[in-house]
Ligand binder design. Structure first.
Ligand code: GDP
Ligand code: MN
Length: 388
């Protein structure tokens, strides 16, 4: 789950990271008040989950409260399209009004999990303000990394080492070290999967602060952070993923046209692999879990069929503790309620397979017990396409 810049900044500030003074507002009148309270020139920043707002016009400068009010008025209620919004516009419901900061240098600071190293890595670069992927591709030697020890955490010496590489200024270095420690602290304390400060700036009078901030969180850990869980902004989430989440399904939307309904995460991964292997393209990852309840199957079908790209639905069910006949009953009920014209291919094997097959064949569904055959059939049906 992602949060807005102002929320990430709040969490970072709590961890000791310096941020500019600012107020988040939802209407132009409050923007005027905020600018007046801050005094001097302000920056008006559209609060959407995507980055790249600067280039897309989502960051505006204002010299006076009147100008702040006018600019906030233009941004609020508008739809912002950046290179990170996947072609669709995102509605701006809030703007952050911040004191404008006189920038001397723009740096980059990020904290992520390095899966290959099985450690949290802190990355820093003097190439701030631009896309870090570009820096990584063009001049990887400009990105400095420190890996945290899983037991000891990030050492003070590691924070100082990063600070040393980012600046030669004796006034600036201790501030940088503190911010590195703070960003790492915020990452760990909140079960984050990403902390990104881009840019981290040194001001003309030698202060260091997070000018932008992004945080993402591990969804599976949100239960122990109710304060963060309630920061969720459903309008920013993929509507299909949001629908699946509400029904307790683990669902990840992909780009293909074969909707996969599978029980078990490992089997779901294997199914997607096989779909790819036979030349098809999965529309999603979906684990309906060990449950055979018709409600889950129904919810899964609704989520899948809401995606207009889905041309075939592939059920791949292994009945272990789950019984095939239970799943079959759920499927019949779900298909009956939905009444779709999209072809459905079923692979069903395991406990009570015969009974499950009988139930499905009664309503005219072809059932296979070989995974390969079912996947091949689904790929072929999707290739025929055009059934919707
Ligand atoms: P993003 O484009 O969504 O990543 O938004 P950022 O918050 O990173 O802002 C983009 C750029 O706007 C920054 O890299 C800065 O160059 C500029 N900017 C943002 N806030 C300020 C500010 O207070 N003062 C100045 N001078 N520039 C700012
Ligand atoms: Mn940025």
């Amino acid at each position: 789950m992602k949060v807005h810049e102002y929320q990430a900044k709040g969490l970072l500030a709590r961890a000791g990271v310096a941020i500019p003074r600012g107020h988040v507002v939802g209407n132009p009148e409050d923007a005027y008040q905020a600018a007046r309270d801050l005094g001097g020139p302000v920056v008006i920043k559209a609060q959407v989950h995507a980055g790249g707002r600067g280039k897309a016009g989502g960051i505006q400068l204002a010299q006076t409260p009147e100008e702040a009010e006018a600019n906030a008025g233009k941004l609020l209620g508008s739809s912002l399209t950046t290179y990170q919004t996947a072609g669709r516009g995102v509605l701006v419901k809030k703007v952050l009004i911040e004191e404008a900061v006189p920038i001397a240098t723009e740096l980059y600071l990020g904290v992520v999990l390095d899966r290959a190293a099985s450690r949290v890595v802190v990355m820093a670069s003097t190439e701030g303000g631009v896309e870090i992927e570009e820096v990584a591709a063009r001049s990887p030697e400009r990105i400095f990394k420190e890996w945290a020890d899983p037991f000891l955490g990030l050492g003070e010496y590691q924070c100082r080492r990063l600070a040393m590489r980012l600046s030669s200024d004796r006034q600036v270095r201790p501030q940088l070290a503190r911010i590195v420690a703070g960003a790492y602290g915020a990452f760990m304390a909140n079960d984050a999967s990403l902390v990104e400060i881009n840019p981290l700036v040194v001001t003309q009078d030698g202060r260091v602060m997070a000018l932008d901030a992004k945080m993402s969180f591990d969804d599976s850990a949100l239960y122990r952070h109710p304060d963060i869980a309630q920061m969720r902004d459903p309008s920013e989430e993929d509507p299909l993923e949001e629908g699946a989440r509400i029904h307790g399904l683990s669902f990840v939307r992909l780009e293909g046209d074969i909707g996969c309904v599978v029980n078990g995460a490992g089997l779901a991964m294997a199914t997607m692999d096989l779909v790819k292997y036979f030349g098809g393209s999965p529309a999603n990852f979906l684990d309906i879990g060990g449950s055979s309840s018709p409600e889950k199957v129904l919810a899964a079908m609704r989520v899948l069929l809401a995606d207009p790209r889905v041309k075939t639905v592939l059920f791949n069910i292994f009945g272990g503790i789950t019984r095939c006949d239970d799943v079959a009953k759920g499927m019949v009920q779900a298909l009956g309620e939905i009444g779709t014209t999209v072809p459905v291919v079923v692979r069903l094997t395991g406990t009570n397979e015969e009974e499950g097959r009988r139930i499905l064949e009664e309503v005219g569904l072809e059932v296979g017990s070989s995974m390969e055959e079912a996947v091949k059939k689904a790929v072929a049906k999707a290739a025929e396409g055009g059934t919707r």
